[in-house]
Ligand binder design. Structure first.
Ligand code: WTA
Length: 653
C-alpha cells in the first residue's frame, strides 16, 4: 500500500506519474494556458478530431443576459461516427472496439472490432434511412445495454439524425412524453431487457407509450431474448431482418460542428425534464479529451464505465469519448450484484480491465456485502479507479481505495453534469494527490467561481463556501434546451448574471481544492439518478386520492438520497398501508421504478407561507431528522402543522 499522509491526501506512485499524460507540472502550465488564451488552447485540442472542413473560428460564446449563444468551432464540419470508427480502421481495424459482457456470466461475451463496428453501424444507418429517417430527424433509443444501443447512437450520428436515449428503467408514460417531446420519427428498442436475471418488457412498454400517438411512429426491434412480444403490423420492424436487406456501406454525412448530436432529457428543479441539446464538434472534442486525460487512458488499455447509455455518463464515457480515442470500451448489460456481489470484480478479472469507472451508490451497496467478494478476484490489471454521479462519502472512498485499489490506484472523483458534456472538475491521476470526497481541480479551460448564494458576490480566496458557477464557456457545454432556448437561459443564466449556474453548492478549501457539497435546488440524487422533486410531486397529485404532495430528499445509506413524500389526501380519504403501496406503484407507473418513493408521510397540512408557498426548507429538515435547524417558522400561515409533521415523521430505519 502507498503511504497516506496524515491529512488523508493520497498521491499516485512515482511509476504512475512517470507514465502519466498529465503531471503536476504540466497541469499547472496547461491550465494556465487554457484560461489565458482559450482560443489558442482549444484551436490546438480541436485537432483531436478529424474535420472534413477545418474550423477557422474557435469560440463564439456569450453568457450575457438576453443573448445566451454558445458556439465552438462553428465553421468546421465533421462526422462524429467517422471520428469514432472510420478513422481508426487503417491502424486498428482488428482491435476490439467494444467488449460486451452479458447479464448472465453463462452467456458468451462478445468482442467487436472496429471493422465489425463499422459494418454494423453502416447497416443500421442504412436501415434508418430506409425507414425514412434523415439528417436532423429525431430517433428515440430505448434499449438494454447491448452493442446495438451503441450502433444505434453511431448510426444516428452517421446520417446526421439526432438521438434521444431514454433509460430503459423509465415507464411507458415517461417514454411517451419523451417521444412526443422531440417529435421522434423512430423508436429503437429490444424485445426484452435482461438485467439481474429478470427481464423488462421493453417492446411492450414501447407499444403502450405509443398508444396515445396520433402519428405513426415506427419501431425497430432488436431480438435480445426471443420471448414473445406484441407486434404492430406495418410499423414494427425486426433489426435482423432489415439488416439482411441492406449494404454496410453508408457514407458519413457532413455535419456542422454546431449541429445537434443528441438530446438527453434531464431533471431540473421545476417542471418536467428538459431536453439538453449537445453539439457535434465541441462535444466530441471535450468528451475525447477528458476521457483520455482524466482516466490516463493509453493505447491498448481496456476501459470500463459501468454506467448505462441512458445517462450522460454512458454517452460521453462508454461510447463517444472512448471510441473517438480508439479505445477498447466495455459495455455491461447486468448489475453489480448478479449472480452475486463479486460480478464487477469478476468482469474486471476476466477482461483485464485497466480503468474502472462507477458510481458511489454501487460501491456502498457492495461494501455492505463484505470484502471477500472483491478479494477472491485478481484485480492486478487495474490502474485508475473513477467515481461519478454524486458525492462520495469517505467510508465508500476508503473502501474503494483500500479493498479494490489495494491503496495503489489513483481515484478520480469526477464532478460534472448532463449539461456539461464531460468532466468539469476532477483530480487528474498523475497530477493531483487526491483527498477522499474532493473534486479537487478544474479541468483545462474550466473557470469555476464560488458565489455568495444571496448576493451573488464572488467569494475570492480559499476557505470559502457558496454556490458553484462557471464563468466562461467550454466546448462540451450544452447549447440549448430542445425547442426552448428561453428555458435554457432562465434555468442556467438568470440567477447569477454572466455565469453558468450549476445548481450545486461548493467549498474551496484552504489549499484551493474544490469539494462539491450537493444540490442547492430541488433536484435530488437517488442512487446516482438525478430526479426533480417536482416530477415526483406531479405524479403523486395525478392520483385521484391525493390533494397535495411535497417531495424532498433525505440521507439514505446506500442510495445517497432517498425520496421522502409528504402527502395530503382528498377530503374523506383514509390513510392506509394499502394506499401507500398504491401511491408507490402509481409513481412507478408514471415515471419508472427509479422514482419509487422510499417514505410516504400522511400530512394533514403542509407548512406554507401566508402567500401559500410550501416551505420546503422545513420539510427537508424534518425528513433529515434535523429539527434543531428548522429556522424561522414565524412566517408560516399555521405554525402548528410543523409540530404535527414532526410527531408523525416516518421512521427512516
Ligand atoms: C451530482 C452526472 C458530487 C451533482 C454526470 C451534479 C456529483 C449532478 C458528482 C449531475 C461528484 C455528479 N461529486 N456530486 N463527483 N458527479 N454529481 O446530470 O449534484 O446525472 O449537479 O450528471 O450530480 O447529475 P447528472
Amino acid at each position: 500500500m502507498t503511504d497516506k499522509t496524515q491529512s488523508g491526501i493520497f498521491p499516485a506512485s512515482a511509476e504512475f506519474v512517470a507514465n502519466a499524460h498529465v503531471t503536476a507540472e504540466s497541469y499547472a502550465s496547461m491550465y494556465a494556458d487554457s484560461v489565458k488564451d482559450p482560443d489558442a488552447f482549444w484551436a490546438e485540442h480541436g485537432k483531436r478530431v478529424d474535420w472534413i472542413k477545418p474550423f477557422t473560428k474557435v469560440q463564439n460564446a456569450s453568457f450575457a443576459p438576453g443573448n445566451i449563444d454558445i458556439r465552438w468551432f462553428e465553421d468546421g464540419t465533421l462526422n462524429v461516427a467517422a471520428n469514432c470508427i472510420d478513422r481508426h480502421l487503417e491502424t486498428r481495424g482488428e482491435q476490439t472496439a467494444i467488449i460486451w459482457e452479458p447479464d448472465s456470466p453463462e452467456e458468451q461475451a462478445l468482442h467487436i472490432t472496429y471493422r465489425e463496428l463499422h459494418e454494423q453501424v453502416g447497416k443500421m444507418a442504412n436501415v434508418f434511412k430506409g425507414l425514412g429517417v434523415g439528417k436532423g430527424d429525431r430517433v428515440v433509443i430505448y434499449m438494454p445495454m447491448i452493442p446495438e444501443a451503441a450502433y444505434a447512437m453511431l448510426a444516428c450520428a452517421r446520417i446526421g439524425a439526432i438521438h434521444s436515449i431514454v433509460f430503459a428503467g423509465f415507464s411507458p408514460d415517461a417514454l411517451g412524453a419523451r417521444v412526443n417531446g422531440c417529435d421522434a420519427k423512430l423508436v429503437i428498442t429490444a424485445d426484452h431487457a435482461p438485467r439481474g436475471g429478470r427481464a423488462t418488457k421493453l417492446k411492450d412498454n414501447v407499444n403502450q407509450a405509443l398508444l396515445h400517438e396520433t402519428r405513426d411512429v415506427k419501431c425497430l426491434v432488436v431480438k435480445r431474448t426471443g420471448d414473445q412480444i406484441a407486434w404492430r403490423a406495418g410499423v414494427d420492424f425486426w433489426w435482423h431482418e432489415e439488416a439482411a436487406k441492406v449494404s454496410a456501406d453508408c457514407p458519413p454525412e457532413e455535419m456542422n460542428a454546431e449541429d445537434p448530436l443528441f438530446i438527453l432529457y434531464t431533471s431540473g428543479s421545476t417542471g418536467q425534464p428538459k431536453g439538453v441539446v449537445h453539439s457535434s464538434g465541441g462535444y466530441l472534442v471535450y468528451a475525447a479529451m477528458t476521457h483520455e486525460i482524466t482516466f490516463d487512458y493509453h493505447d491498448g488499455d481496456v476501459y470500463w464505465c459501468t454506467a448505462d447509455v441512458g445517462w450522460v455518463t454512458g454517452h460521453s464515457y462508454i461510447v463517444y469519448g472512448p471510441l473517438a480515442n480508439g479505445a477498447t470500451t466495455l459495455m455491461f448489460e447486468g448489475v453489480p450484484t448478479y449472480p452475486d456481489a463479486s460480478r464487477f470484480w469478476q468482469v474486471c478479472e476476466k477482461h483485464k480491465v485497466n480503468q474502472f469507472y462507477t458510481a458511489p451508490t454501487a460501491l456502498r451497496a457492495l461494501m455492505g456485502q463484505g470484502k471477500e467478494f472483491v478479494e477472491r478476484c485478481d484485480l492486478s490489471s487495474l490502474k485508475v479507479l473513477g467515481t461519478v454521479g454524486e458525492p462520495i462519502n469517505p467510508e465508500a472512498w476508503n473502501w474503494y481505495n483500500d479493498v479494490v485499489g489495494k491503496g495503489e490506484r489513483p481515484i478520480v472523483d469526477t464532478w460534472w453534469q448532463t449539461e456539461t458534456g464531460g468532466h468539469l472538475m476532477t483530480p487528474l491521476p498523475g497530477a493531483h494527490a487526491t483527498k477522499p470526497g474532493a473534486a479537487m481541480k478544474p479541468f483545462f479551460g474550466i473557470e469555476p467561481v464560488v458565489l455568495e448564494p444571496t448576493s451573488g458576490a464572488v467569494l475570492e480566496g480559499n476557505g470559502v463556501e457558496g454556490v458553484l458557477c462557471i464563468s466562461s464557456s467550454w466546448p462540451g457545454q450544452m447549447r440549448t434546451v430542445w425547442e426552448d432556448h428561453e428555458r435554457f437561459e432562465k434555468t442556467y443564466f438568470s440567477d447569477y448574471k454572466g455565469y453558468y449556474f450549476t445548481g450545486d453548492g461548493c467549498r474551496r478549501d484552504e489549499d484551493g481544492d474544490y469539494w462539491i457539497t450537493g444540490r442547492v435546488d430541488d433536484v435530488i440524487n437517488v442512487s446516482g439518478h438525478r430526479m426533480g422533486t417536482a416530477e415526483v410531486e406531479s405524479a403523486l397529485v395525478a392520483h385521484a386520492k391525493v390533494a397535495e404532495a411535497a417531495v424532498v430528499g433525505y440521507p439514505h445509506n446506500i442510495k445517497g438520497q432517498g425520496i421522502y413524500c409528504y402527502v395530503t389526501l382528498m377530503n374523506g380519504e383514509e390513510p392506509s398501508e394499502a394506499l401507500r403501496k398504491e401511491l408507490r406503484d402509481f409513481v412507478r407507473q408514471e415515471i419508472g421504478p427509479i422514482a419509487s418513493p422510499d417514505l410516504i408521510q400522511w400530512a394533514p397540512g403542509l407548512p406554507k407561507t401566508r402567500s401559500g408557498k410550501i416551505m420546503r426548507r422545513i420539510l427537508r429538515k424534518i425528513a433529515e431528522d434535523d429539527y434543531g435547524a428548522l429556522g424561522d417558522i414565524s412566517t408560516l400561515a399555521d405554525p402548528t402543522v410543523v409540530e404535527e409533521l414532526i410527531d408523525n415523521r416516518m421512521n427512516k430505519d
